[in-house]
Design a protein around this ligand. Structure first.
Ligand SMILES: *Cc1c(COP(=O)(O)O)cnc(C)c1O
Length: 464
């Protein structure tokens, strides 16, 4: 093991060194992947030097997500406090199912969940768990909503035409989860958004009433705190009011930006969160822990027990079962995703988490200011979002982003809203400073300057 740890350290140091001078890894076209790298598996063992060389090459040729060149997705950076926790989780290798197997780590998980529930304004009845990512915590919410609507579904299956409401801008895990849970993809009613990407509550009310009229059964409303493209926040309070009238479960998908919970400045973006039935957020997005670290909490723990325990009833649990987290889990064996969040939180305090969140909004403001002050850019996004959407010199964003990637300049993605497609710069890496954001634009501009004709040529003769 000593040897392994040394190897790990050496590889990590090499990677860090290489990243500092080369923020974007070599571009390997997918069709060349298996010839460019020694990935093949053989019958015979490799001699150690060959193994080491293959491994080093693999590490150095892998896309770099922690550098000043990565703005592609809703995560990024490498927070040392959180990394330490995750490395230790691997060393300890507990399964979070039982107290017997995870012991002290159960306490780590419980203390985070308790703290989150308290911050939401929820009492001891509230509870939560971790699952492998936001799609899965959204799935757990949908299963709880479904079973809450009709507890016989667990045993007899879905018979009614249940309905789920979500905005057109919400995450694709919602229809996917509707398929998984037997509700059906076609039972998802997509609600239009306003110009800011937020669900139109009047349209939601109309949709629910029209559906009830024809015998459908509204069962769940999914709201998004930070939509995937624009980073918009659906209003919670009016929706909760509406949901109460019809007895509909309200879930808030905060995978992207639910972590505003930790910020006094931005918490108002999820005003009314204490009134919802369930809430999920990814610490691996805004808070910067390694993937994956996704939490779901519900106001009444009975829902977690009733949907995810194989026991007849949560009521009969012994005190000890409070520490057997498998009774509220999607999984059996479960990785310790809590420790990395705990090492981060323990080290920087709640105030440190707040700083991480606030800094991302500050960086987004730096980006928007830059864009607004430069006539070559068109801005498509709004304050209170860490997704900064723009176009530059009318270059089609697909072409620009793909070219930047292939030229190993920057990893940044594109998205669309309404009729517009645009580059989406996400300021989610709190380790960046304003200079990194300004350098992003400088890099992009220099690249376009050098390659303008080629970029335009790729647009084809007639641009629609
Ligand atoms: C990222 C995201 C998800 C999915 O989370 P994963 O951890 O990638 O599964 C769900 N909803 C929203 C709004 C997201 O941004």
């Amino acid at each position: 093991m000593q040897n392994t740890l040394q190897k790990f350290l050496q590889l990590s140091e090499k990677l860090l060194h290489d990243e500092s001078r080369k923020p974007v890894a070599d571009f390997i076209p997918s069709e060349e992947l298996f010839t460019a790298l020694d990935l093949d598996l053989s019958e015979d063992p490799l001699v150690e030097e060959e193994f080491d060389a293959a491994l080093e090459n693999l590490v150095l040729k892998t896309p770099r997500t922690a550098t000043v060149g990565f703005f592609n997705q809703l995560f990024g950076g490498r927070n040392p406090d959180a990394v330490l926790g995750d490395l230790l989780a691997v060393m300890l290798n507990n399964s979070m199912y039982t107290y017997k197997a995870a012991g002290a780590q159960i306490g780590v998980e419980k203390v985070i969940l308790r703290k989150v529930c308290t911050m939401l304004g929820w009492d001891d009845k509230a509870e939560g768990t971790f699952a492998p990512g936001g799609s899965m915590t959204n799935y757990m919410a949908m299963v709880m909503a479904r079973d809450n609507f009709d507890e016989t579904i667990k045993t007899k299956g879905v018979k009614d035409s249940l309905m789920v409401y979500t905005s057109k801008e919400s995450h694709y895990s919602i229809p996917k989860n509707a398929a998984f849970s037997g509700i059906g993809r076609d039972q998802v009613h997509y609600i239009a958004t306003d110009d800011y990407g937020r669900m139109e509550v009047t349209k939601l009310a109309q949709a629910i009433e029209a559906d009830i009229e024809i015998g459908l059964k509204p069962m769940m409303i999914n709201l998004t705190a930070g939509t995937t493209v624009l980073g918009a926040f659906d209003a919670i309070e009016p929706v909760v009011k509406l949901a109460k009238i019809h007895n509909i479960w309200v879930h808030v998908d905060g995978a992207y930006c639910g972590s505003v919970l930790f910020s006094n400045r931005y918490r108002s973006l999820i005003k009314g969160i204490e009134q919802v039935d369930s809430f999920s957020f990814n610490a691996h997005k805004m808070l910067g822990t390694p993937l994956s670290c996704s939490i779901i909490v519900t106001r009444d723990k009975k829902h977690l027990h009733e949907s995810f325990s194989n026991d007849a009833s949560y009521l009969y649990q012994t005190d000890h079962d409070e520490f057997n987290l498998g009774k509220m889990s999607l999984q059996c064996g479960r990785r310790n995703d809590a420790l990395k969040f705990w090492t981060l939180w323990k080290s920087v305090g709640t105030k440190g988490l707040e700083k991480i969140v606030d800094h991302q909004f500050d960086l987004a403001q730096v980006a928007r200011n830059y864009i607004s002050s430069n006539p070559d850019y068109t801005l498509y996004s709004y304050p209170d979002s860490i997704s900064v959407c723009f176009n530059y010199r009318d270059i089609p964003p697909r072409i620009l982003c793909t070219s930047l990637y292939e030229a190993q300049e920057l990893l940044v993605g594109y998205g669309s809203f309404g009729d517009h497609e645009f580059v989406r710069l996400v300021t989610i890496n709190a380790q960046n400073d304003a200079q990194v954001i300004l350098n992003f634009f400088k890099t992009l501009e220099a690249f376009v300057e050098k390659n303008y004709l080629e970029l335009i040529a790729q647009c084809g003769p007639v641009e629609a």
